[in-house]
Write a protein that binds this ligand. Sequence first.
Ligand SMILES: [Zn+2]
Length: 332
Amino acid sequence: MEKLAPGRFLIHPWSEDGDGNYKFHLNVRVINDSGEPESLDLQIEWDDPEYMECRDYVLLGKGEQWEFCQARLSGTISTVQLTIPPGEWFIALHPVYDLESFQKDCQHAVSIGLEDKVIGVSQGGRNIIALSCGMQEAPAIFVVSRLHPYETAGSWCVSEILNLLCDEAHSSGPLVSKFRFVVVPMPNPDGVASGCCKLSQRGGTDLCHEGAAPGDMAGEALARLLTAVKPMAYLDLHGWMYRNHDGLSWSHDTERDALVGKLSGDPVFSKEWRGSSWAKKPDRLGDFFMRASRDHGAISFIVSPSWFGRDVSQMRHFGRAMLKAICEVVDT
Ligand SMILES: [Zn+2]
């Protein structure tokens, strides 16, 4: 970040490997301690020409409240004028969900009755935590999010999935009477802590596509858990920058069609799905989707919700509705 003048800054978003497809991580803390609203002029040098049309705004806010602020584009630079109210705020492209947010969600879930277990540690020494509920012998549904560290959509979806499971666990609801749920909301804490876009660290692992192979401690912990759980269904929640599409990859065509059918008509799912069947793709040793669907026969989905036009409460709804629909689809 460079200070150009009083109230004017130039920001260079950081990307550990320069892949423009993942370079959407903006997370800037701004503190106005003057007691009055202050204006702030920002230039953001994305240094990536390909995806600029998806970077013509920023969000200003914190927690679950974010204001959309239109930016002007010129080459690879977004320029935006903001009015910062007194206090501490964040400027982001996607509503921030950090390790502290996860800690709070985790503590809440455990206080309601979900079981927590440290399944391993990351290369950086951070605990990898799994939360679970339901009967031990019931068919298992495995949920993971945030393998790619900038993709906060997945985290907000899982935050609400944990709320759903808390409701279920608290009231012995219909889902926990049929299934066991195992959720790993934050398997890449090193990547999140260091502000990575795709990997676990600079020069590290793409946990989603490489982590199931030996070599990364967080990936190995997740792979061990997946093997122990042997899920009947696998949901991997991501997030992406495309505006008018949500991403969906799947292992089983019939269940994919049933899932899309169940979600159609819900206004939060009005975007078109983009993605493909992975059933015929060549096997990749380190890919968790392949591991879940081929080694364990799980009905598997990778879901990438788009933030554009959605707020946090809609993203929460996306996660809750997605898990419920998957439960209905696999409940045969
Ligand atoms: Zn991703």
